[in-house]
Design a protein around this ligand. Structure first.
Ligand SMILES: Nc1ncnc2c1ncn2[C@@H]1O[C@H](COP(=O)(O)OP(=O)(O)OP(=O)(O)O)[C@@H](O)[C@H]1O
Length: 227
């Protein structure tokens, strides 16, 4: 269980509050206007931004004392963060061991197979298509096998068909992980997520049923959707 307990996140004059829980295995979209704090929410959970007050817990354990690398999560950004000078297999290996000294190459090969990149581990990222790079970045995140997967618009640069394919792949491969996905596309939320967190007006709201939220949007969501 992920718990945000009376959390306040402060960045200069911007502040965001969150007070809710989410369970393992849930697929949750994070939506809201530009600048509302969606990335800030994920960055605080990942440990890149300290909390001004409150606590974030995973399975009852406070995350506050843990550096980003020790938190029980993987994070995938839009720019994919693949290192251009390393092979695809080495990029995946970084997910297991940042020093690349103790990497299980069979596990890397299996992860590449799972995302449809079998046999491409020796290529550099530049020798992959955009969709293949997304698959490689996803494989790296999944290889870490952490209980939470945070996605910050990772597939926004892909065309609609490829994006749908990647979301289906996340759904298939994330398994028991809790997935939090920032998206600007209401269709992503509806296709992928049973629950949605609306971030607006300084509040990251508790996860609500995606269907119910879109059927009867609160004013902030209606404004954002232009309805
Ligand atoms: N390092 C920082 N220092 C101060 N303020 C920041 C910093 N990073 C972001 N902000 C501010 O925090 C607020 C939330 O930004 P954030 O990137 O979380 O929004 P977002 O909802 O993810 O937006 P978008 O949809 O445009 O990506 C914005 O007002 C932004 O200007």
């Amino acid at each position: 269980m992920l718990s945000f307990e009376n959390v306040t996140i402060q960045q200069d004059d911007f502040s965001l509050v969150a007070n809710w829980q989410a369970g393992p295995g849930q697929r949750i979209a994070v939506i809201g206007p530009s600048g509302a704090g969606k990335s800030t929410l994920l960055n605080a959970l990942a440990g890149f931004i300290p909390l001004a007050s409150g606590h974030i817990r995973w399975e009852g354990q406070p995350l506050d004392e843990l550096t980003p690398g020790r938190r029980p999560l993987s994070i995938l950004f839009q720019d994919q963060n693949l290192f251009p000078h390393l092979t695809v297999a080495q990029n995946l290996g970084l997910g297991l061991d940042p020093s690349l000294r103790r990497v299980d190459s069979a596990a890397v090969d299996r992860a590449l197979e799972r995302v449809g990149l079998g046999g491409l581990g020796n290529r550099r990222p530049a020798a992959l298509s955009g969709g293949q790079q997304s698959r490689a970045a996803l494989a790296r995140a999944l290889l870490r096998a952490r209980p939470m997967l945070l996605l910050d618009e990772p597939f926004a640069a892909l065309g609609p068909a490829l994006k749908a394919e990647m979301l289906a792949l996340v759904e298939e491969l994330a398994g028991p992980a809790l997935v939090l996905m920032v998206t600007h596309d209401p269709e992503d939320a509806q296709r992928f997520s049973s629950h949605t967190i609306l971030v607006a007006d300084g509040v990251a709201a508790p996860p609500a049923s995606t269907e119910a939220l879109f059927a009867n949007p609160p004013p902030a969501l209606a404004r954002y959707l232009g309805t």
